[in-house]
Design a protein around this ligand. Structure first.
Ligand code: LM2
Ligand code: CA
Length: 570
């Protein structure tokens, strides 16, 4: 194992990875997932696939009931509910963080529940902490939108110092637990200035995105909120629906970011969300759409350089109030078994996240081609190329200029690229010396390639066609972990902040040996310069990301230039 790892590091040129670590540029909404299941998904899928973050369902205490929407009726800011309790929430945050995945909380702060008496003793809020407008919401009247009860939900007086303080306390509590961002639910119903006042009370620098549903002719506009953080761009969702459901030709995608919408760096975009998949299925793409329309739309979103994309991950439902399956995706009603849809695991969606990460350095369309209607292809400045066929009776067969370096690339929609071996288990696309390649795309399907999945090249951030120079200063370092008491089937591994140590991904930790049990020891070849931070972990023999137990306390440090061994302890 040591030999394989050091050879790998040599081929990959770990120093290159360090210099150009790929950014994480897409996130997923794990709607109604339990905290335990989210944690496992971070380790098994989201970390390895390069997702930046997970939006989780509202974690605060809500009214009881089986419908999914009970979570949008808070009765207290205690962290407890259908997805789990506070300690499960904390453990999820930690486990996701350890594999580089942030947690974003859906913050329901415009209102409390729909009870009659406007009393929430656990916060506490009393009648004076609410607005009273005396009528239902009228979306063409700014005052009513922001001060009336939304579908009967008690509208908080977000202009009040006390209410702002309580909301900020709740969000700061989450930040201290390690939460990295907030979706501000129903932000359109909170005056932008009130959101700003709340945000200004937040500790740290959490990522903020505000749910402001744009609708033609309404007085409250998404643009009012851009000073507070990002804003949802619902026009993108609607346009993707129009295009992929066939009301407009696919070639319209070329102009989708030039319609006077929010700027790319202000916008959160999605093909579907938990409300619209239920409320407006005729115009919103969902897993219920025939064929692969929804699938190729998600692929198109992830390929297209506009906004910060959120992948919807749903469960199957027939009744739109229906709550989640009673058993989680990892324990019972598994992904793909008719319980949880798990779109984020669909091959092309999961792998297009890496496409977006790998192409972030060329944030533009290039090499556009279309057939005049429903077949398109475009590049990302030589870092990636995608061909999408929305035509449902004719395949796409074209020789196209990709702008990419010559080589054989994995079609990551239909195959998986193994970064460690440089092998592709699916079809490949060969780009010739002048950048041309032949594409054969079935009806309602897509093919995508990127520089991070070039066959024969274990991936270490190298995206050119020139061979890498050998790494300088490789050294063999002995890693020792003391007090590594394990049970049968469990081993000790080391993981750390450099590629040779798995970049803090438990799934890529390096196994060491119990030569002097309970002391464990192993040698790893390190090419990186600078201080190395690392920890001992325990995990399943063949799968360190399962049941991972981390060495407590601060990281161990090592200066590879100055020492030949380093030690940590459980
Ligand atoms: C949102 N964004 O602004 C959420 O994305 C959306 O899912 C929430 O509505 C809404 N705002 C309030 O946070 C959902 C659901 C509603 C549900 C509410 C409150 O779409 O149907 O309303 O949560 O649970 C339900 C009933 C409704 C009833 C209301 C109050 O469906 O008929 O109104 O509770 O009892 C009388
Ligand atoms: Ca309000």
């Amino acid at each position: 194992m040591i030999a394989r790892k050091s050879l790998l590091a040599m081929i990959a040129g770990a120093w290159v990875t360090q210099a150009s670590a790929t950014p994480r540029t897409a996130f997923v909404h794990l709607f109604e997932w339990s905290w335990d299941d989210v944690a496992e998904e971070c380790e098994q899928v989201l970390g390895p696939k390069g997702f930046a973050a997970v939006q989780v369902s509202p974690p605060q205490k809500s009214i009881n009931g089986g419908a999914w929407w009970t979570r949008y009726q808070p009765i207290s800011y205690e962290i407890v509910g259908r997805s789990g309790n506070r300690s499960q929430f904390q453990s999820m945050v930690n486990r996701c963080q350890a594999v580089g995945v942030d947690i974003y909380v859906d913050a329901v702060i415009n209102h409390m529940a729909a009870s009659g008496n406007r009393n929430y003793p656990e916060v506490p809020y009393g009648p004076n902490d609410f607005n009273y407008c005396g009528s239902p919401i009228d979306y063409y009247d700014r005052y009513k939108v922001q001060f009336c009860d939304l579908v009967g939900l008690n509208d908080l007086k977000t202009s009040s110092d006390y209410v702002q303080g309580k909301i900020a306390d709740y969000l700061n509590d989450l930040t201290r637990m390690g939460v990295k961002g907030f979706r501000i639910d129903a932000a359109k119903h909170i005056p932008a200035g009130d959101v700003r006042a709340i945000v200004s009370r937040l500790e740290g620098n959490p990522y903020i995105f505000q749910e402001v549903i744009e609708a033609f002719g309404e007085p409250v506009r998404p643009e009012e909120y851009v000073g507070n953080g990002n804003v949802t761009e619902f026009r993108f969702e609607r346009e993707m629906g129009a295009i992929f459901k066939g009301f407009k030709p696919l070639k319209e995608l070329q102009w989708i970011n030039r319609k006077g919408w929010l700027r790319s760096d202000q916008a959160v975009v999605f093909v579907s969300n938990h409300d619209d998949q239920r409320q407006y299925p005729e115009r919103t793409l969902t897993y219920k759409d025939v064929g692969n329309l929804y699938y190729i739309a998600e692929i198109a979103m992830l390929a297209y350089p506009y906004g910060y994309p959120k992948v919807m991950s749903s469960y199957y439902f027939s009744d739109k109030d229906q709550g989640p399956p009673s058993r989680g995706p990892n324990t019972g009603d598994r992904c793909f078994d008719g319980g949880w849809v798990c779109e984020h695991r669909w091959n092309g969606i999961a792998n297009m996240v890496e496409f977006r990460n790998q192409t972030a350095g060329e944030w533009r369309l290039s090499h556009w081609w279309d057939d005049g209607s429903n077949q398109i292809a475009f590049g990302r400045g030589g870092l990636g190329f995608v061909a999408i066929n929305r035509n449902d009776f004719q395949s796409l067969n074209q020789r196209l200029q990709t702008g990419m370096p010559a080589g054989e690339y994995c079609d990551i929609v239909h195959g998986n690229f193994d970064k460690a071996t440089g092998l592709c288990d699916g079809p490949t696309v060969t780009v010739d010396g002048s950048g041309f390649a032949s594409f054969d795309v079935a009806t309602i399907d897509a093919v995508a390639i990127h520089v991070g999945a070039k066959v024969g090249k274990s991936q270490g951030g190298d995206n050119g066609s020139t061979p890498l120079p050998p790494p300088e200063g490789s050294r063999d370092i002995t890693f020792i972990c003391d007090n590594g008491e394990t049970v049968l089937g469990q081993s000790v591994f080391v993981v750390g902040n450099i590629p040779e140590l798995g970049n803090w991904k438990a799934s890529q930790a390096i196994k060491i040996d119990p030569d002097n049990y309970p002391q464990w020891e192993g040698t790893v070849t390190i090419d990186s310069n600078g201080t190395v931070e690392w920890k001992c972990i325990k995990g399943q023999d063949d799968s360190p990301a399962s049941g991972t137990v981390w060495q407590s306390g601060p990281n161990n440090t090592l200066n590879p230039a100055g020492s030949s061994s380093t030690r940590g302890s459980f």
